[in-house]
Design a protein around this ligand. Sequence first.
Ligand code: T3D
Length: 261
Amino acid sequence: MTETVLYDVTDGVGTITLNRPDGMNALTVRMKELLRATVVRAAADPAARAVILTGAGRAFCAGQDLREHADNLAAGKGLDGTVRDHYNPIVLALAGMRKPVVAAVNGVAAGAGASLAFACDLIVASDRARFATAFTGIGLAPDSGMSWTLQRLVGRARAAELLLLGEPLPAERALELGLVNRVVAADELAPASVELARRLATGPTFAYGAVKAALDFAATHDLAAALEREAELQDECERTADHRAATEAFLNKRQPTFEGR
Ligand code: T3D
């Protein structure tokens, strides 16, 4: 049986593929469990110095599988804990990875599927991609971090509009709003994402992790606290072999080679 979440590591890039194309990569319990395990695996995998999250087929991810959800509701199991048991740990593992994570959004990203993309560090979208918050369309409020990530990406007013109205946003408009980093032609998505991830995979992995930690910390603290956290992280970066080698390379007018440590 083909698994619904795939993991591959090539040239320092770990690729996680949501692989239920016939179901628009909508998330079943089995798939969420696999995704949670795969994200944790990628985070801990020293061979993966950058990670790509993408979808197989025409969708990136349509969010919660609503057929399975309806069955659960009918069986009186609506509140089956999936938000806390699955979505929250997946998002924390994605966002907290001490390495860059690129979402390669190949098609529609809806509900928790959009939340997964928003939890990544960079988003490269196909010109066929669409982003739909979708939650209020089925009488739900945002989960999987969307209330946190979306307003940081586009500001509160736009986040409120996107969440309240839930209308799908085409890739080009998402680019205008600053929700995604790049939009490329559909057949360019895989090579463009891999090229970006490979570039990151040959970079200063420890410093990249520190960039993420500094941004996350600063998002919820005042300037004085953020300055202190930056100082701590800088101390850690200064102790890395990559920092020393790159400083020496600069002084010798050479390109640095980063080992990721
Ligand atoms: O406790 C909890 O579980 C709470 C957790 C919540 C997390 C969430 O993610 S809630 C949000 C769930 N997702 C949605 O509400 C999105 C629903 N889907 C859509 O709005 C649209 O289908 C899309 C915008 C994603 C795509 O639109 P379009 O026009 O390209 O395709 P379509 O024709 O609507 O759908 C194609 C097929 O996929 C269709 O099936 P059919 O008729 O061909 O057999 C459709 O039913 C199916 N599909 C799409 N999304 C889902 C889905 N099937 C199950 N679950 C889905 N989420």
